[in-house]
Every structure is written in C-alpha cells, then in structure tokens.
Ligand binder design. Structure first.
Ligand SMILES: Nc1ncnc2c1ncn2[C@@H]1O[C@H](COP(=O)(O)OP(=O)(O)OP(=O)(O)O)[C@@H](O)[C@H]1O
Length: 266
C-alpha cells in the first residue's frame, strides 16, 4: 500500500555558494513498505528523523531524494484532484491532543470537520455519523456537545482518533499519540488503536520512542538512528534481545514506575 523508496530530506536552504549535500540530510535513503491492515512502528530516539519521515509520508514535506508511493501513485507527482483523494486516505493523529483541536469547537464539530469537507451530508446525517464515531472511540453521544477543555487528555486523544477515522482512511500516521498520557491512559489508547485496526482494516505508521508501546501495537518495527533505518523486524518482541546499540538505548530509556519492575519488563 505505502512504499517509501530511498527517501532523503534535508532542512535549510540551498544557496549559490553551497549546495545541499547528502551528508546534511536528516533522512538518508530511507526505504520501507507498509501493507494493508498492518502497523509499522518507526522507533527511535529524539532527533532520529521519525517525525520528518511522518511529514514526508503525509505529503507535507517533499523529499529531496526518492519517492513516496501510495497504492502505486507518487504522492508528490500527483495532480490536485488525486492529491485531494490521497489526503482523504491518509490521516494523522499528533502527540499534542490539545493543540490538535480548536478549543472553541464542540467534539461534534471537531469530528465532523473532515466529513463536512469531503462529504455532502445533511445536518441529521452528520449528527448520526459523529455520534457513531464518538461511540466507536469509547465516548458517548452526549460528549458531542462538550468543548476540549471539558475533556481529559485521554478523552481528547479519543476525539482526535475519531476525527482521523471519520473518512475511513487506509493509513493513519500516529505521531507519538500516547506520549503525553500517563501509563494507564497510554494502555487504554493503545487497546483502542488495536481494536480499530482490526475492525476497520486500517494501517498505521506508528511513530514512537517508546519500545514497549511499539511492541504492544506493531506488527513490524523499523528502528531509526540519525536518519537511517538501522533495524527492521517482523517480530517486535525480538527487540528486547537485540544487540543493536540504537535499540539498547531505547530500552535504557524506559523508566518503569518502580525500579524492581525493570528486570521484569525486559
Ligand atoms: N523545521 C526544522 N528545521 C530544521 N531542522 C529540523 C526541523 N525539524 C526537525 N529538524 C531536525 O531534523 C532532525 C530530525 O528531527 P525529527 O523531529 O524528525 O526527529 P524525531 O525522531 O521525530 O525526534 P523527536 O522524537 O524528538 O520528535 C533533528 O536533528 C531536528 O533538529
């Protein structure tokens, strides 16, 4: 479904005295494939290039090298109409659930936004669909009239997820979707994402620095380090035994609530 081929990306401007060189790239010839109904984790420490790659896949940052193909179509060579279709099929959930929503809108309005943009629905049908979406993410129809400041972080992230699935996309880029939540809510949101993947057949590109979250949700995991994929596995559980320095750094970064738990986690 998604093919990322030899993608390179560098920030900063090219000038007459200095051309952009590959050594400056924060993404260096990154390649991977993502199949339907599959969750691929992009795991790496801060600055590895995960979010940059996410934005490239979302069509927001044109790569300086390589191609991104979505169902065989080059995302960046597509014309206006095709790009609109692609935008519908690829959605995103960001880490910061608060800044992802307009604080003045109700949950119904937030979730209904993509439906209003892409589908011609009567007010009654729109209300029915947003109610359905609220229930799909574990909220109630009555929550539809509430505004963002009336929800907890976990509930607000459910609203962001409801908005992301509203158009039945084929791919959702999840950019650290649980990082700002406590462990209990992280686990609940990961369960919800797993349920939605199974029921909707949607694929995820799950950007995270949390190796436990990656092992919980992902079917495959690509470990990134300084702009490159240094390890790709179809069995995420095997990561705990990896000798890769980048993977060991991620394991070290996990701080269990009680030190005694450290041994049982890995
Ligand atoms: N807008 C920008 N302008 C210049 N450099 C940037 C910009 N965004 C990211 N970078 C740089 O690109 C590199 C990769 O950043 P990116 O945010 O993609 O990494 P990441 O793995 O997602 O990290 P984190 O988990 O901390 O978000 C970093 O060195 C970062 O400083």
């Amino acid at each position: 479904m998604l093919q990322v081929q030899e993608v390179g990306y560098g920030y900063g401007h090219r000038s007459w005295w200095r051309s952009r060189s590959e050594s400056d790239f924060v993404l260096k010839r990154v390649s991977f494939e993502l199949e339907s109904a599959c969750c691929l984790g992009l795991l790496g420490t801060s600055g590895a290039g995960k979010s940059t790659l996410g934005r490239v896949v979302l069509g927001l940052q044109k790569p300086h090298q390589g191609q991104v193909l979505f169902e065989g179509r080059d995302l960046y060579a597509a014309g206006g109409r095709l790009r609109k279709t692609l935008r519908r099929e690829v959605q995103v959930v960001f880490q910061d659930c608060h800044s992802s929503v307009n604080p003045l809108m109700t949950a119904d309005q937030i979730i209904g936004e993509p439906l209003r943009n892409y589908e011609r629905l009567s007010a009654r049908e729109l209300k029915r669909r947003t109610g359905e979406l609220l229930e799909q993410v574990g909220l109630s129809i009555d929550d539809g009239s509430k505004r963002p400041d009336q929800f907890s972080g976990g509930q607000l992230q459910r609203i962001n997820i409801a908005r992301a699935i509203a158009l039945r996309p084929k791919l959702i880029v999840l950019d650290e979707p649980v990082s700002s939540l406590d462990r209990m809510h992280q686990s609940l949101i990961l369960d919800l994402l797993a349920e939605l993947k199974a029921s909707l057949g949607v694929s995820y590109l799950f950007i995270t620095h949390d190796i436990q979250a990656a092992m919980t949700l992902c079917d495959r995991v690509a470990v990134m380090d300084r702009g490159e994929i240094v390890h790709l596995t179809d069995s995420p559980d095997s990561l705990r035994d990896s000798g890769q320095t980048a993977v060991r750094d991620l394991i070290e970064a996990v701080l269990p609530e009680h030190p005694a738990d450290r041994l049982t986690l890995f």
